[in-house]
Design a protein around this ligand. Structure first.
Ligand SMILES: Cc1cc2nc3c(=O)[nH]c(=O)nc-3n(C[C@H](O)[C@H](O)[C@H](O)COP(=O)(O)OP(=O)(O)OC[C@H]3O[C@@H](n4cnc5c(N)ncnc54)[C@H](O)[C@@H]3O)c2cc1C
Length: 392
């Protein structure tokens, strides 16, 4: 039987970066991907790097995001040098704008939340917003400026990470789905694929929105949470009960426009849209958040709302060329927080559930999962992210 030290399931940003770090450490790693590497959420995302305090983040999650942002520049440099690839990465800053009185009040609450945890921001008055970004609507009453926020070409990064993993010695297998995680006597025994079993003592479940579908049922962390509303059976391709998955999909629709010269330098976040201008002339406007369905359909309503929000915030975009719309499935846990850590089943680790921040979280997640597997203390605390919090 074929044997590896570690099998990583899913070659999105999370799985590829973990496989890379483990292979760099000298482990024999197999990275299984049922399609093309980086072709799901990691391809669909907007690529914004924007950690901030708010109700979405527990203290440990926020710390993971901040650590990841701090690591990003060096991480990109290492990936680019290793693979000799070039892709866009910029710390360009981000303005979160308020367009009416209620939004300005909400912005003040948001500012206080940053202050409480020491995240740097500046309060910018309306006139100064337009001096900084003349294309922003004169209706902007105020903004929060985060100078440290930025963006990355997540498609370029995804491809490069799968390549980096292979260059470090990982066996990266395209179109080879994991069918089942094999468990014997409460320990991981390997992974079943259509080509047979790969024996391994360590398995990392980084299968994104599909992670729960792979969770072993026997004695490990549960697949489902009972007592919560569930998506319809029709939307869940292979789930076996009606209870909701502990990690499931949250669809995001997103669009690209084209405008030259680029109308804005910073990322502009307005109610209903985050707008960012890329080096290639694309203006990416995202994104909707619709939990519960594995279907990636793009709705007229989603596209209409994003266009309305973007043209309200940056009026000249009404003349921009419409390029395309697409959708992807964010891995979304039942409590919105990432799922990182050891399962009750010995040798099984989860690295998923990064929801709206998986591109941002990639460098730190790869580091902490490699730390856990190699028996080092993780560089940031992650105990609240354990998959075992869902056990009943
Ligand atoms: C519209 C949209 C906008 C977003 N914007 C941002 C943003 O601006 N900033 C940010 O930080 N994040 C953003 N995100 C979120 C981010 O994209 C995700 O959190 C991140 O990409 C998740 O990475 P992943 O590797 O866990 O999942 P994925 O990229 O989905 O990778 C999982 C992989 O597992 C594979 N897989 C599944 N089942 C199996 C199996 N049985 N066997 C083998 N392989 C399997 C899949 O094919 C897939 O390639 C956005 C997401 C969307 C959809």
């Amino acid at each position: 039987m074929e044997r590896a030290d570690i099998v990583v399931i899913g070659a999105g940003l999370i799985g590829s970066s973990i496989a890379w770090r483990l292979a760099q450490g000298g482990r024999r790693v197999v990275l299984l991907e049922r399609g093309e590497p980086g072709a799901e959420a990691s391809w669909a995302g907007a690529g914004l790097l924007q950690p901030e305090a708010g109700r979405e983040a527990s203290p440990e999650t926020l710390r993971l995001w901040l650590e990841s942002l701090a690591m990003y520049e060096e991480f990109v440099r290492e990936v680019q040098e290793t693979t000799r690839t070039v892709f866009e990465f910029r710390i360009c800053g981000r303005l979160v704008i308020a367009l009416d009185e209620a939004q300005e009040a909400a912005l003040r609450t948001r500012a206080r939340a940053q202050e409480e945890v020491g995240i740097p921001y500046e309060w910018v008055a309306g006139d100064d917003v337009r001096r900084m970004e003349p294309a922003v609507t004169p209706d902007a009453r105020a903004a929060l400026l985060y100078r440290q926020h930025g963006l990355v070409d997540n498609r370029g990064l995804s491809k490069a990470l799968a390549l980096a993993a292979a260059m470090a010695g990982a066996d990266v297998r395209h179109y080879e789905p994991a069918l089942e995680i094999a468990v014997v006597g409460g320990r991981v025994d390997g992974v079943e694929t259509a080509n047979g079993r790969i024996a391994a003592d360590v398995v990392v479940n980084a299968a994104g929105a599909w992670s729960s579908l792979l969770a072993p049922t026997e004695t490990g962390t549960v697949r489902h949470v009972t007592g919560l509303p569930s998506p319809s059976q029709h939307d869940r391709p292979s789930a076996s009960t009606d209870a909701p998955l502990i990690v499931g999909p949250a669809k995001g629709e997103i669009i690209a426009l084209e405008a030259r010269p680029r109308p804005i330098e910073r990322v502009v976040t307005a109610p209903g849209a985050s707008i960012s201008a890329r080096a290639d002339g694309r203006i990416v406007v995202g994104a909707t958040i619709i939990p519960g369905s594995f279907r990636k359909e793009i709705t007229a309503d989603g596209v209409a709302r994003m266009i309305a929000a973007a043209t309200r915030a940056v009026p000249c975009l009404s003349q921009a060329r419409f390029l395309e719309a697409w959708a992807g499935l964010r891995p979304h846990s039942r409590d919105d927080q990432p799922v990182i850590g050891a399962d009750r089943i010995v040798g099984l680790y989860w690295a998923t559930g990064h929801f709206t921040m998986g591109i941002l979280s990639t460098p730190a997640t790869a580091a902490v999962v490699a730390d856990l597997i190699e028996g080092r203390p993780p560089r940031v605390p992650i105990s609240s992210m354990s998959p075992r919090r869902f056990e009943q």
